[in-house]
Design a protein around this ligand. Structure first.
Ligand code: ZN
Length: 134
């Protein structure tokens, strides 16, 4: 697989409204989009930092995996997303062949209409890893 860059860092927050003033007023960054991803039960806010984005993730339901993450670990870095130049489906086959545990067996639609798939942190050195393509 060919990774071109870090697409974004996913950051779990209790509330986007409460988190944004830190990023915008203290760090001087700008949120350019907020959207809800229904099937993941999250609201996401996107902030650009050069070529990399920060994706703030707020749960929209107690069943959201982000709600469970916040309960266990509190707010913080939730996942790392790589941009895959030659396709997520290919990359999934490749990492599965290398013995990596997949959360998603096939790419699905994520925020910003990206094709995404997650790898399990138990087999990625402790970091929930997202592969994505535009
Ligand atoms: Zn993400």
């Amino acid at each position: 697989m060919k990774i071109s860059h870090i697409e974004h860092l996913g950051i779990a927050v209790e509330s986007i409204e409460e988190a944004l003033p830190y990023y915008e007023q203290v760090l001087g960054l700008k949120c350019y989009n907020i959207e809800t991803v229904e099937d993941q039960k999250v609201r996401t806010a996107f902030i650009k930092v050069g070529d990399v984005k920060l994706e703030l993730l707020e749960p929209t339901s107690p069943e959201s995996t982000i709600a469970k993450y916040l309960e266990k670990k509190g707010p913080g870095i939730h996942h790392l997303a790589f941009c895959i130049e030659d396709g997520v489906a290919n990359a999934l086959a490749e990492v599965e062949g290398a013995g990596i545990r997949l959360i998603d067996k096939a790419p699905r639609k994520g925020a910003e209409n990206l094709n995404i798939a997650f790898l399990h942190p138990k087999s990625t050195q402790g970091i929930l890893t997202e592969l994505c393509e535009h």
